[in-house]
Design a protein around this ligand. Structure first.
Ligand code: SF4
Length: 192
């Protein structure tokens, strides 16, 4: 591996110029691990509607998410790093989705794909959850109905940047804060 293949902040040239100049990498273990994690984000595709078809296109040869190390879908949350929510989520389905989120391996990431997952989309009805961020923390929102596969690729790239930029402690703090806000919003109103 040469220094050209990894981001600059992980590299530091060896003090002595010479034949080993391009052969050493000096990095904090945490940076190195998060760099590795960013290129092995295994998805849990939670596909409930038409956005799922875009995910299928994304996994095919034309778009090829293997280029980002995210080609291996996991249908067991314990072997997944990020959940892609693709489609309409009803209130009946919401507890199941939250349960799967809780079972994902830590650190876990959430990508809300399409208008339905992000805001309920055109289904402004009593039965549809108006955005999955009402029940779980979201890292990246993908607009569109449906979003093009390129838009989902862009979301994965944004997530990769985030994974590389955050320390474990910063990640935990972000999740704690988002879950606190969700709990606050979902607290029932008591009329006394
Ligand atoms: S956002 Fe559009 S394409 Fe995606 S699940 Fe909803 S209706 Fe279907």
């Amino acid at each position: 591996m040469t220094t050209e293949t990894i981001p600059n902040r992980f590299t530091q040239k060896s003090p002595e110029k010479g034949q080993f100049d391009q052969s050493f990498i000096v990095a904090a273990v945490e940076d190195f691990v998060s760099w590795g994690q960013s290129y092995s984000l295994w998805p849990f595709p939670f596909a409930t509607a038409c956005c799922g078809i875009e995910y299928m296109a994304l996994s095919g040869a034309d778009f090829d998410i293997a280029r980002f190390g995210a080609e291996r879908p996991s249908f067991s949350p314990r072997q997944a790093d990020m959940i892609l929510v693709l489609g309409t989520i009803t209130y009946k389905m919401a507890p199941v989705l939250r349960n799967i989120y809780d079972q994902l391996a830590d650190p876990r990431y959430v990508v809300s794909v399409g208008a339905c997952a992000s805001s309920g989309g055109m289904f402004h009805t009593y039965a549809v959850l108006q955005g999955i961020d009402r029940i779980m923390p979201v890292d990246v929102y993908v607009p569109g109905c449906p979003p093009r596969p390129e838009a989902i690729i862009e979301a994965i790239m944004q997530l990769q940047k985030k994974v590389r930029a955050q320390t474990i402690e910063e990640r935990r703090e972000e999740i704690r804060e988002k879950l606190r806000i969700i709990e606050e919003k979902n607290r029932p109103i008591r009329v006394e």
